[in-house]
Design a protein around this ligand. Structure first.
Ligand code: FAD
Ligand code: GLY
Length: 382
């Protein structure tokens, strides 16, 4: 047990937390812990922060369409969604970087007449949860919200509170804010093993070892590599997502349009993102021609004019997926190592709540009750 960190505020003051991975999750936690006065070292193997899945994300904050049933995951998403506005403001004042939070609303549409009843079922349970969702909208009503919606669309729902942010700006802001509060962030440093030894944790990186009171694995799709050394059989697998970006006039797409197979949304610069594939392709994070073909079909199903827009860019990233959902809290074999991964399609949305709850888990020495449903101890036995 971790009596020392649990019991003594004096020890908390000097606790040194190692964080493996500088994606949105690791950086958000580094910002939170450094604000609370903890000594934090983030170790990132890439030459720059935020180059993993976080660099690829569309940046939607869309609990209403990403959670498919009431329960702890929906509650976690909604809690984080509510935190985002003030989190973004504080982040801007700490870093000077604007995350471009746009509360533009989202149309959840379907091109399949047989799926209209699924939308109605979704709406019915969401209303019982207090989610702000419209009545079922016809194609004409949807076109009044977003001109150019495809004639293939049969019906849809409007979620007026859904939003998006600029993912790259989020990781940039988090890095600056965490550094400003004293976090040490080392890039180009790969952690090859993590071991709990007595009252310390030892991270091995090329040429040296680092010690901490605690460590948090926030290594995205690669988290399983480090868990093996801790005696934890764990599965976090990469699910590739590809995005195509096309040019658009700023403001041309006033809301996110989210369909059966993908989505389109417009960033403040005017760039329109068409996303995203979901593929088991191992650790290959490169876009493919067949991926672009699929994204072109998605664009045609949602806003056909986009298929003729000028192509601007494409990219891919590896979503960290775990069959058990997000994995947040202490690992089964030691109190000194915590896990913060498995955010799959929702790491940007879930960054504020992850930082808050994991921050409390680190500071108090005990995982807060809100993490019970996401505990790696429940997901896997030692
Ligand atoms: P990552 O960003 O992958 O970061 C992990 C970091 O750990 C990496 O930088 C990696 O280099 C580092 N690392 C790994 N192993 C080691 C090691 N041994 N030593 C040192 N460093 C190591 N989420 C949303 O909320 N909204 C969206 O709209 C959205 N859209 C998406 C679209 C696409 C196409 C994709 C791919 C993802 C999308 N996501 C979205 C999901 C989101 O991007 C992820 O859930 C989130 O970025 C995961 O963050 P992370 O910090 O856990 O992982
Ligand atoms: N949340 C959107 C995606 O993962 O593609």
């Amino acid at each position: 047990m971790l009596e020392s960190v649990t019991a003594s505020p004096a020890i908390q003051d000097r606790a040194h937390c190692l964080i493996v991975g500088a994606g949105v999750v690791g950086l958000a936690l580094a910002w939170e812990l450094s604000k609370q006065g903890l000594a934090v070292t983030v170790l990132e193997r890439e030459p720059e922060c935020g180059q993993g899945a976080s660099a690829a994300a569309a940046g939607m904050l869309a609990a209403g369409v990403e959670a498919n049933a009431p329960g702890p995951f929906l509650d976690l998403c909604r809690r984080s969604s509510r935190m985002w506005r003030s989190w973004a403001e504080e982040l801007r004042s700490d870093s000077g970087v604007d995350c471009e939070l746009e509360t533009c609303g989202l149309l959840r549409v379907t091109t399949r007449p047989e799926s209209i009843s699924d939308l109605e079922v979704r709406r019915a349970w969401q209303l019982t949860q207090g989610i702000n969702v419209s009545e079922l909208l016809s194609l004409d009503q949807l076109r009044a919200e977003v001109p150019g919606v495809s004639a293939m669309v049969a019906a849809g729902l409007l979620y007026p509170d859904e939003a998006h942010v600029h993912s790259h700006r989020v990781t940039q802001a988090l890095e600056l804010a965490a550094r400003r509060h004293g976090a040490r962030i080392e890039t180009g440093v790969e952690v090859t093993s993590l071991k709990a030894e007595g009252d310390r944790v030892r991270a091995t990186v090329p040429g040296r070892d680092l010690e901490g009171d605690l460590a948090v694995i926030a290594a995205g799709s690669w988290s399983g590599n480090l868990l093996a050394g801790l005696g934890v059989e764990a599965s976090v697998e990469p699910i590739r997502g590809q995005i195509a970006a096309v040019c658009g006039a700023p403001g041309a797409l006033p809301r996110i349009v989210f369909g059966d197979r993908g989505y389109v949304l417009q960033k403040r610069s005017g760039q329109v993102l068409v996303g995203a594939t979901e593929e088991a392709a191992g650790f290959d994070a490169w876009p493919t021609l067949s991926g672009m073909e699929r994204l072109s079909e998605i664009a045609a199903e949602l806003i056909p004019a986009l298929t003729g827009a000028r192509f601007s860019n494409s990219w891919a990233g590896l979503r960290p997926h775990s069959a058990a959902g997000p994995l947040l809290g202490r690992v089964p074999t030691t109190d000194r190592v915590l896990l913060a991964t498995g955010h799959h399609r929702n790491g940007i949305l879930l960054a504020p709540v992850t930082a808050d709850l994991l921050g409390r888990a680190v500071l108090t020495g005990t995982d807060p009750p809100e993490l019970a449903a996401f505990s790696p101890r429940v997901a896997w036995s030692a």
